[in-house]
Design a protein around this ligand. Structure first.
Ligand SMILES: C[S@@+](CC[C@H](N)C(=O)[O-])C[C@H]1O[C@@H](n2cnc3c(N)ncnc32)[C@H](O)[C@@H]1O
Length: 526
């Protein structure tokens, strides 16, 4: 699961209507000191609401996981630390024979790694005899059973934690009717545990339930590793396509959830289970197939996606009109030109044709090298009369360009000419305009984009200041602008892990800010 409206306007977008609230659930409510309480609605089940007004950046909760394990669809990983083992030499656990990065892996015997109990069970069941080390990639599917096994082992080692897990949503009745989901779990998890390993103390239904709980409630965590974690409280946050929280996890998998915007008392505390930079169609499809519910949030219900135009096309008939989905809550809905004046003779496209068009364009984008600035710019130009400038496909390209200008070979920041610096500024501003709608407030991507924006502004400023082309007031205005972007970037990025790319960017922002503050001392307050 993952994490955002303009500051100060959040109250109007509280997720649950009063009539939707059925009952208060106080069992998660720790003696009045928690910043949230749990309510239950017919639509969403249990969900968190703020007990007090929460400021952007404020910690809502911090907690260790109940269970950590490999994701489904992962590559072959170390059972202790989850390093990808497919592109490196590795070893087998001397006891149980399952893959490890080394006999000294720090995850051996660790509570969120390869525990003694797990090792004992995997050894006792002689489970490694099913692992074909001659064809390593075949081991991938065997790892699907590890996280479910870790949950099941809690039944004896920590019954309280097991009961906490069993209290989570599994959507068995819905998942049972999706063969790809149910049958895959039957083969990779249920049959593996019961038939191959002979662990008959668990029923098929119980194992399917645990699989469902992991699918519905896990957070994707870990740094440079493909890991999922089940947390005792954070799972209670409801989904919203413009969430109001952000989260991070530390080396020890501790998860910290912070408010990304102001959250008013009584408002739902939300995160996005889908990728916010995608279109409504894609997000809703993901939520239905992976989280088993239909999203009816304000963004999904609005053809303009709250003015972010993430799904909008340009009209091929009148060329100025915007083509939007007639009913975004129906995947099969037609799309029409919304130009109301007489300029457009009328344009409608079926859902099927729209899908074909977007699939073709997506294939083209997927073929672009992730460092190829020129081809990305060519793509934007090629589709300038087809895709709305803020369409999610264009937006993805612009996010990449906002970072590539100044960073990639041939486009290093000091090498950029004035036009290229202006282009970086233009793209960063366009990206921020959309982010202010779909990922507002203290969000990682806003922090990064603000930092990216300060850099070309600073270079242009120093070049022009050196040429003495600036009046005193212009000098101060430009410096103030840079200062403000840097300040916000450093505030947002201070919450990122120090060793991460974003954490390092936060550090760089703080250092650049100090330099600007030094100039301020010389030239006076700007
Ligand atoms: C991680 S759980 C959240 C906790 C869950 N509501 C409970 O009572 O255990 C995710 C599930 O909550 C429900 N849910 C969360 N957000 C929702 C939303 N915006 N609309 C409808 N259902 C939602 C869906 O059933 C989803 O599969």
């Amino acid at each position: 699961m993952n994490a955002r409206k303009k500051k100060g306007k959040s109250r109007s977008r509280s997720k649950s209507t009063v009539s939707d609230i059925v009952e208060n659930r106080d069992e998660y409510f720790g003696g009045g000191i928690e910043k949230y309480s749990v309510k239950i609605s017919k639509l969403m089940g249990r969900y968190m609401v703020a007990n007090v007004d929460l400021r952007p950046g404020e910690v809502i909760l911090s907690e260790l996981p109940i269970v950590v394990g490999p994701c489904t669809g992962c590559k072959v990983q170390c059972l202790g630390c989850y390093k990808n083992l497919e592109e490196r030499t590795f070893t087998k656990c001397k006891q149980c024979g399952w893959p490890l990065c080394s006999q000294k892996c720090k995850g051996i015997g660790s509570i969120f790694g390869h525990t003694e109990t797990e090792c004992f069970i995997l050894k006792q069941t002689n489970s490694a005899r099913f692992l074909n080390y001659k064809n390593v990639s075949t081991i991938r599917t065997h790892l699907h059973a590890i996280a479910p096994l870790r949950c099941l082992l809690l039944k004896t080692t920590s019954p309280d934690q097991y009961n906490l897990i069993l209290n989570m949503e599994h959507h068995n009745p819905l998942r049972q009717n999706i063969p790809e989901v149910w049958n895959t779990n039957q083969i990779n998890v249920v049959d593996r545990i019961i038939k191959d390993w002979g662990l008959k103390e668990y029923s098929e239904e119980e194992i399917h339930t645990v699989c469902g709980i992991l699918e519905v409630n896990c957070f994707e965590i870990g740094h440079d590793v493909n890991v999922r974690g089940l947390y005792p409280k954070a799972f209670l946050m409801a989904h919203d396509c413009v969430p109001n929280t952000n989260h991070n996890d530390e080396e020890n998998y501790e998860l910290t959830v912070r408010a990304s915007t102001k959250i008013f008392q009584g408002q739902a505390i939300t995160l996005s289970y889908a990728y916010t930079l995608q279109s409504t169609l894609k997000r809703r499809e993901h939520l239905l197939n992976n989280k088993f519910f239909e999203c009816f949030c304000k963004r999904c219900s609005d053809p303009t996606e709250l003015g972010s135009y993430s799904s909008a096309l340009l009209c091929p008939k009148c060329t100025t009109g915007i083509v939007l989905c007639d009913n975004p809550l129906h995947a099969e809905s037609t799309w029409s030109c919304t130009e109301l004046s007489k300029k457009c003779p009328g344009y409608t496209i079926t859902a099927k044709s729209m899908k074909l068009l977007l699939d073709r364009i997506t294939e083209e984008v997927d073929g672009i090298d992730c460092n190829d600035v020129a081809t990305m710019e060519y793509f934007l130009s090629k589709y300038r009369n087809v895709l709305h400038p803020k369409h999610y496909i264009n937006f993805g390209i612009k996010v990449s360009l906002s970072q590539l200008y100044g960073k990639t070979k041939g486009f290093l920041i000091q090498e950029l000419n004035e036009d290229q610096l202006e282009r970086k500024i233009e793209i960063c501003r366009e990206v921020l305009e959309v982010l202010d709608v779909i990922e507002p407030g203290f969000t990682r991507i806003r922090g990064v984009t603000l930092y990216e924006l300060h850099a070309p502004l600073m270079i242009l400023f120093t070049r022009q200041a050196a040429e003495k082309n600036l009046s005193k007031s212009e000098f101060k205005r430009r410096l103030r602008e840079i200062f403000n972007y840097l300040k916000e970037a450093s505030v947002i990025l201070q919450f990122e892990p120090k060793s991460s790319a974003e954490g390092k960017m936060g550090q760089a922002a703080r250092e650049a800010l100090k330099q600007v503050e030094e100039w301020q001392k010389i030239i006076g307050k700007f």
